[in-house]
Design a protein around this ligand. Structure first.
Ligand SMILES: NC(=O)CC[C@H](N)C(=O)O
Length: 350
């Protein structure tokens, strides 16, 4: 007897087994990552999404807090072929519905055919297809979550003292390992709320403005975009994932929603300068369409979408993938060295 249901925008209702009870709604996406489920589930960029793992067994090396990217689970529900008790218990403790015994090959094929879509989920002893459908019917579109930054950002600034370049990290939902990658290089990191204004940033006199990753539509991060507009040509600027999208929009570029996005740990990226292809961790559903005043320096080998942008004129460097590489691969960690070099050159010339 099924005790969980997924109502899809295709009109289908998929039966499943409840592993963590509850009802949920969100944007149904999939990741091909075969490792790193703790990092994915605690990545704030998954806020308001329902995450399907295409890899068939999730949880086979337990759940350990030191691998978390934030202090909670961000997807609104989790779907797997088979989920271990460790993961099911973790989700239940967090109040996040989890379901398994789903033919995830089928579900992923639906998402690939139709694109990321809304889903309603009902799981547990009282679950019903009707509840799943009601969840689906009231699910907002991702782009309509205009203040999603408030759900994932710090409320007050946090300072990680260091002896190196001073970084103003705008927390649009930053993964913990972005902060760790900077502090490991002695940076003096100020983590600031997503809606901080230019005057508050100016007071810190940073050497670089750094826009983090984050959930939802980059068009909804207007305050961060305004900061980039304000500080262009005044400070070096860096961005990761949503950060790249926000920076591009501020420099006259555009972003658009992809069909089903890039989520996984083996996305190949070509660097035009070196001719090298690196393997990257990714999690995004939007992409830069037109880069505005920026130059595309790296592209995704699968679909040619921009993966790296820069402006030597303004001292801007961004990545669409996650160079902080948690859970890995580690091919792209040198991004942080490049950004901090930019910041230090500003220290010398300032
Ligand atoms: N990881 C991210 O920063 C994701 C960026 C944005 N929310 C997207 O889906 O494209």
């Amino acid at each position: 007897m099924p005790d969980a249901y997924l109502a899809l925008e295709t009109g289908d209702v998929v039966e499943a087994r409840a592993r963590a009870p509850g009802a949920a709604q969100g944007e149904l996406v999939f990741t091909t990552a075969y490792t790193g489920y703790e990092e994915s589930l605690t990545d704030p960029s998954y806020e308001a999404q329902v995450l399907t793992f295409s890899y068939p067994l999730i949880g086979n090396y337990g759940v350990r807090e030191e691998r978390f990217e934030s202090d909670r689970v961000h997807p609104y529900a989790v779907v797997a072929r088979e989920m271990t008790d460790d993961v099911a218990e973790w989700l239940e403790a967090e109040g996040v519905p989890g379901v398994d015994h789903v033919d995830t090959r089928d579900l992923v094929t639906d998402i690939r055919d139709r694109g990321a879509m809304k889903v309603g989920i009902s799981a547990g002893p009282d679950a019903s297809p009707e509840e799943a459908k009601a969840q689906l019917d009231s699910c907002p579109h991702m782009s309509d979550l205009t203040d999603i930054g408030a759900d994932v950002s710090v409320e007050e600034p946090i300072h990680h003292e260091g002896s190196g370049a001073r970084v103003a990290l705008i927390d649009c939902g930053a993964k913990g390992s972005i902060v760790d990658s900077l502090t490991a290089r002695n940076a003096d990191v100020h983590v600031l709320p997503y809606d901080v204004d230019a005057a508050a940033v100016e007071e810190l006199d940073p050497d670089v403005l750094f826009i983090s990753n984050g959930p939802g539509d980059p068009a909804n991060f207007e305050a961060a975009q305004a900061l980039v507009e304000h500080f262009t040509d005044e400070l070096p600027i860096a961005g990761i994932c949503l950060g790249q999208q926000v920076v591009a929009r501020a420099l006259g570029g555009t972003t658009k929603k992809m069909d089903f996005g890039h989520r996984g740990v083996n996305q190949p990226v070509l660097d035009h300068d070196t001719g090298r292809v690196v393997m990257t961790t990714q999690n995004h559903g939007y992409t830069v369409d037109e880069p505005g005043d920026l130059t595309v320096t790296q592209i995704n080998v699968n679909d040619d979408t921009p993966e790296g942008l820069d402006s030597t004129e303004y001292g801007i460097l961004t990545r669409q993938y996650h160079p902080e590489a948690n859970p890995g691969p580690h091919d792209t960690l040198d991004f942080f060295d490049e950004v901090l070099e930019l910041a230090e050159s500003r220290q010398v010339t300032a």
